[in-house]
Design a protein around this ligand. Structure first.
Ligand SMILES: [Mg+2]
Ligand SMILES: [Zn+2]
Length: 205
């Protein structure tokens, strides 16, 4: 029943996967961009996302954005960065189904946002909702991220996981470890080809 409607998806973390984190000279920490001028996609991002799209993966962003809750920036700034990202994707004919941002942080300073929620990765409420709403087949779907919380979120959601680390550090829970999104796209397309080669009329579930 509805087997032909089962979709596959790629869930992507944003900062450190799609765009470069921003170095904060005051704190020495890497942060998400707080200003559109700091939003820089990696050279290979657009091409890699096109590959997912051309392979018929539904695409979602799943991103923790606690810096407003922590008092480090405004919600408006974070929304501007998001809108800029959408503009870039639109220009390149890239379509994401949904963007799941968690603005909460359990130890923030803005009371309404300083809660323990069910959407801050590794919590996976948004991913599970998407899997149900979009009739997504977990066995054929992926979570790609550069943090422990991404891999745990993906695993807990029953997805295959790819850990990105530019220094090639391996995450022992991840199914695959790569240097960047380009390599992740390569792995997913290879696995897809393998499956096509070995199709035997069996229905996978
Ligand atoms: Mg990240
Ligand atoms: Zn949340």
């Amino acid at each position: 029943m509805g087997i032909d409607k089962i979709n596959k998806a790629v869930f992507l973390d944003r900062d450190g996967v799609i765009n470069e984190p921003v170095y904060n000279h005051k704190t020495g920490e890497l942060e998400p961009p707080h200003d559109i001028k700091d939003l820089k996609l990696y050279d290979w991002t657009i091409e890699s996302l096109k590959r997912f799209q051309n392979m018929d993966y539904l695409m979602f962003v799943v991103s923790n954005q606690p810096d407003y809750a922590k008092g480090k920036t405004t919600l408006e700034n974070l929304r501007n960065v998001h809108n800029e990202l959408i503009k870039i994707f639109d220009k390149n004919d890239l379509m994401f189904r949904e963007y799941f941002y968690c603005y909460h942080h359990p130890e923030g300073i803005i009371p309404e946002y300083s809660i323990k929620c069910d959407c801050r990765k590794p919590a996976n409420a948004n991913v599970i909702r998407a899997i149900n709403n979009y009739n997504i087949n977990r066995n054929h779907s992926w979570f790609i991220g550069d943090r422990d919380s991404d891999i745990i979120c993906g695993k807990n959601s029953g997805l295959k996981t790819i850990f990105i680390n530019e220094k090639n550090l391996n995450h022992n829970l991840a199914d695959y470890n790569v240097k960047n999104l380009q390599e992740a796209a390569e792995i997913i397309s290879q696995i897809k080809n393998l499956k096509n080669d070995t199709k035997s009329g069996k229905t996978e579930n």
